[in-house]
Design a protein around this ligand. Structure first.
Ligand code: FES
Length: 117
């Protein structure tokens, strides 16, 4: 049957809240691109797990309900500027029902940590 309509609230680098509709399983980087959200420098490596500009910060309660983070994502998070205990990389994160109506923070200064090779 039709998928249930979920939403997430991105809190951008300026503190502005942007609510977008999202389907279960939708990749967060692709969601940002689909809605042309203006997060400067976001997703610089286009999801190849080589930059960390897609850094997102979740609520602790939401973070804990998600599947464990992969080794490859953890390795890149180690290099991520301003990483927190509830940080994820957007290109590795897909929508779940537990994320419905929740806030997802886009940290400041993501562009400063990435230099294209
Ligand atoms: Fe580069 Fe996610 S877009 S690691």
């Amino acid at each position: 049957g039709p998928q249930q309509q979920l939403t997430v609230n991105f809190i951008d680098h300026l503190g502005k809240k942007i609510t977008v509709p999202v389907k279960e399983g939708q990749n967060m980087l692709q969601l940002v691109q689909k809605h042309s959200l203006n997060f400067p420098g976001f997703g610089a490596c286009k999801g190849s797990l080589a930059c960390c500009t897609c850094h997102l910060i979740l609520d602790k309660e939401v973070f804990q309900k998600l599947d464990p983070v992969s080794e490859n994502e953890l390795d890149m998070l180690d290099l991520t500027c301003g990483v927190t205990a509830t940080s994820r990389l957007g290109c590795q994160l897909c929508m779940t029902k537990d994320m419905d109506k929740q806030n997802i923070w886009v940290p400041k200064g993501v562009t400063e940590s990435y230099t294209p090779q």
